[in-house]
Design a protein around this ligand. Sequence first.
Ligand code: GDP
Ligand code: IMO
Ligand code: MG
Length: 431
Amino acid sequence: MRNRVIIGGQWGDEGKGKIVDALSRDVDWVLRYQGGANAGHTIHIGPEKHVLHLIPSGILHPGVRCLLGCGMVVDPWSLRDEIIGLEERGFQVRDRLRVAAGAALLMPYHTRLDELREAKLSRHSIGTTGRGIGPAYLDKVQRTGLRMGDLLLATDRLERKVIDKVLSANEALGAMYGAEPLPARVLAEELVVLAQSLAPLVVDAHTALAGVRAGRESALFEGAQGTMLDIDHGTYPYVTSSNTTVGGALTGTGLPPAALGEIHGVFKAYCTRVGNGPFPSELLGEAGDRLREAGGEFGATTGRARRCGWFDAVAARYSVDINGMTGVMITKLDVLDTQESVPVAVAYDLDGEQFDVYPTVGEVLPRCRPIYREFPGWRESLSDCRALADLPPAARAYLAFLEEVLGTRIVGVSVGRDRSQMIWTPDGVTG
Ligand code: GDP
Ligand code: IMO
Ligand code: MG
């Protein structure tokens, strides 16, 4: 089994959870490497629906080991709840879940700072998930944060450390926002209790992943968010605070480049975005509402309505380039089943000038207007298709165009939310 990295190719919610679940059965490890509980990865298995925020999507397969890598920001309260939720549904979690000691610990003051900052920015807000992600990464790069390894400290040292951190966070909360202080002692006591339950999961990831490094064990890397939300390569400042792109898989696990294997991007057959920021192919009004309805486009983490639009091939090609994708998967093709025609943004227009290379400089993107090429719709249900040959010619033509314009093979097509609704196309759709 060759290792592979699964990366969101757009603005998140591409269906990474479904894909990772579908590919996890025979792997030794599924590794999350960045982000935190801002992620919402949904998996449908028959009538059951699971939404995972911190725990890798491989956890639903017995025997698969899962790691929260050092590139993540981990809210221990959320992690405890997620473990309990899975255990209540009959999944054994604790013997297979590990958390890197180097992962940043996300505290309630991060969440509070996130909320207050967003409220202060008001109409200029980023539209974050409110999970404390930006402040937690800020604490990390500022070198003042707690780490999951701190849960292994002796109780009195952990308590002292937490109290110190909360007291200094309280100063910031008061000075920046005039906010009420958080109860330092109560939080320290809660964290001591959490430590008793979570400390057994905390590992030295370098040692835990020795088998992967040596090539004896296989790994599937599960990206969160998407390329266009990358802190360095996305639509800054309307991005998340981590490297969602391929480099994050290295720094966020400590594994070397040779361990990555295939780099597979996941793209919806159209586009969505949650929160604020530029989105050239966005459909406003009724057309957008129809796509949202057909695709069930409401956030898995916050329940917010997702902004919807057509596939943006300019941004998607950029995403393929930035990550060095060796293949892509197209999800939610079935959502387009009733469309008369399916437009794809193939270039941008800026003040009368056309170009097809994604602009990363300055304030260009928000001023770009998409130029569309239209493809005929197929007007039939794809839900039961399980092979390329089952797809109607118009759907195949659409996929063939995406393969051509992205310059990389389509290795999988998802035609429904269920685990079983996949078409695997290892040789591409035109080969
Ligand atoms: P992720 O964050 O990338 O894992 O994606 P989300 O779980 O946030 O959002 C994807 C949504 O689309 C979820 O509700 C999935 O159940 C659903 N989904 C995934 N693949 C398909 C598909 O091929 N067709 C349909 N109709 N739904 C899908
Ligand atoms: P998954 O893994 C879609 C967006 C937020 C906001 C921006 C910053 O499910 O694809 P943050 O809370 O990270 O500081 O918010 O990023 N965002 C996501 N959008 N899917 C996600 O995760 C997201 N995680 C964050 O909406 O615009
Ligand atoms: Mg999601």
